[in-house]
Ligand binder design. Structure first.
Ligand SMILES: [Zn+2]
Length: 238
């Protein structure tokens, strides 16, 4: 895990960690970081991390196993060792924002695994319409911290588009926390989804578009993600 940069206002306020490359091949987030270099903070501090430098250098999703499935199982793999370092390094932060990208054509969405976050107002700080709750996700990075979310952004419409989107989501998050002097932007009526598990991928599936599968109506999520070979997620509306 590599700390790339900290922007410190010198004034008390929220401490935020922004994470790139939990999956080593999702490097668009490093370009998002570059665009946020010159932030002028009114309070608090923001730290930018390259989480899995080894996988990033090799342009691979992971070395031994998916880092985002390696928490809470005490594995001796490359990623298993990394989980311990991550937990130690990030426990001092108030908020952890974990940036991901997907090859699936989808609107940007937030993933959260701690149901309490619905009540704390933390999710409302993001200018993103879609939110997906994944239950029983002990193995994931964001499960290890109180106020943590993953942000999924599609690269299906090109890298430039994804980078701009990622930048905008982070800037509105900082503005909503009053860390920077920009207009606050919030979603009035978010679309909330509850992840039910996985379903078999099919060509006809479209993310967040209601479909009938094995006798039930569900919303497929990440249905065109190339790193998922056979299955994608399925969800219901909350
Ligand atoms: Zn990812």
């Amino acid at each position: 895990m590599k700390l790339l940069r900290t922007i410190d206002s010198g004034l008390s306020g929220p401490k935020i960690a922004i994470l790139a490359c939990v999956h080593g091949d999702e490097s668009y987030s490093l370009n998002v970081f570059r665009r946020l270099k010159k932030l002028h903070l009114l309070k608090g501090e923001i730290s930018f991390y390259l989480v899995h430098p080894q996988a990033f250098t090799q342009k691979k999703r992971f070395i031994d196993e998916d880092l985002n499935r390696a928490f809470s199982k005490d594995s001796k793999s490359c990623e298993g060792n990394l989980t311990k370092i991550i937990k130690r390094e990030l426990e001092k932060f108030d908020y952890v924002i974990d940036l991901h990208s997907t090859t699936s054509k989808t609107a940007p969405f937030l993933i959260y695994v701690n149901q309490e976050l619905k009540k704390t107002g933390f999710l409302d700080l993001f200018f993103i319409k879609k939110r997906v709750f994944i239950p029983n996700a002990r193995f994931s990075l964001i499960f290890q911290f109180n106020s943590a979310v993953s942000l999924e952004i599609s690269v299906a419409s090109g890298m430039k588009h994804a980078i701009k989107r990622g930048e905008n989501v982070l800037l509105s998050f900082f503005a909503n926390l009053e860390l920077i002097q920009e207009r606050k932007r919030k979603v009035c009526f978010p679309d909330s989804y509850f992840c039910l598990g996985t379903m078999k991928k099919k060509k006809s599936l479209k993310d967040f578009s209601l479909t009938r599968s094995e006798g039930e109506y569900v919303y497929p999520i990440l249905s065109k993600e190339v790193s998922y070979e056979q299955y994608c997620f399925k969800a219901k509306r909350e």
